[in-house]
Design a protein around this ligand. Structure first.
Ligand code: PMP
Length: 300
């Protein structure tokens, strides 16, 4: 598959406090973050000119940097304002926002002492990850041989670029085998998450999701848990073994980019796109399209 290059587009990217022409937003090959994985990022979504949960994403970017031992040199308020202005300037109605922060090029030792911290924000129109048919009828996952690491092995609470090595290896293997995405187990063998989204399972009228003790507890995961509780759907957060998957009737993924994405199969086990998945997907769609005070308005 060929992709349109991301480094040569029209418009501007916010870089270290300035709006710079899109193709000028570059960094040096001797960047610490590139060599040693010292980078954190976010994925945000714009709906009808609003950024959904902007404040939560910006806060998580700051917290991810702190987990990696560096401090972002712009306040959350500054970053929120820059994001809103960028989305307005780029004229994004429905799209994606990618903030990223990384250690600069002051030294090539593994030690990060003396490195500066840089931040960039880019946005583009990007309405859906999967096809309309996959969105409706579900995607197929294969269980990966790669696992989410233990909290004393990697900074598992951070949305850290370095952790995405595992996701890319898993995703590429799944693609090659003809699946849409991979399911990763954790270091203990429990069911964890997909390569860019959290996992939910439905048994009867109960919603189950793995305890997020070694992977990202996504903002969408929390939103869906809140919606479920509000709708009176019983929620169970617990450790789930892969052998239990065949006991569930429905399965879906949640993430900023994936939204509420039905799963129709994990390996050989098939699920239905049932009532609970549909109700939660509809509730989520209504929520992201309804203006809320905590959401930034970019088109004002
Ligand atoms: N897990 C991983 C590995 C992810 O990349 C994402 C996407 N950010 C998620 C979970 C879901 O997080 P969120 O709902 O905050 O987008």
């Amino acid at each position: 598959m060929t992709h349109e290059a991301l480094d040569d587009r029209h418009g501007v990217i916010w870089l270290d406090g300035e709006f710079v022409p899109w193709s000028d937003a570059r960094l040096h090959v001797l960047t610490h973050g590139l060599h040693y994985g010292g980078g954190v990022f976010e994925g945000e979504r714009v709906y009808d000119g609003h950024i959904f949960k902007l404040a939560e994403h910006t806060r998580r970017l700051h917290e991810s940097a702190r987990e990696l031992g560096f401090r972002i040199p712009f306040s959350c308020t500054d970053l929120d304002e820059a994001t809103l202005e960028l989305v307005r300037r780029q004229g994004i109605g429905n799209g994606y926002v990618r903030p990223v922060a990384w250690r600069g090029s002051e030294q090539i030792s593994v030690s990060s002492a003396g490195t500066s911290v840089h931040v960039a924000i880019a946005t583009w129109e990007w309405p859906h990850v999967f096809s309309a048919s996959a969105k409706e009828h579900g995607i197929r996952l294969s269980t990966s041989r790669w696992r989410r690491p233990a909290p004393d092995t990697a900074p598992v609470r951070a949305k850290a670029a370095s952790l995405y090595n595992i996701c890319t290896l898993a995703r590429d293997a799944a693609d090659e085998a003809g699946f849409d995405d991979a399911l990763l187990l954790d270091y203990r063998g429990y069911v964890a998450e997909a390569t860019g989204a959290n996992l939910f399972l439905v048994a009867g009228d109960e919603l189950h999701t793995p305890t997020a003790d070694c992977f990202l507890a996504g903002i969408t995961r929390q939103t869906v848990l809140d919606l479920a509780r509000h709708l009176g759907i019983p929620v169970v957060e617990r450790h789930i073994l892969p052998g239990e998957l065949s006991t569930f009737d429905e399965c879906f993924l949640t993430g900023t980019a994936y939204e509420v994405q039905p799963v129709r199969a994990i390996d050989d086990h098939e699920f239905q796109v049932g009532k609970t998945t549909t109700v939660l997907r509809e509730a989520y769609t209504r929520l992201v399209h309804s203006p809320a005070p905590e959401r930034g308005r970019a088109s004002a």
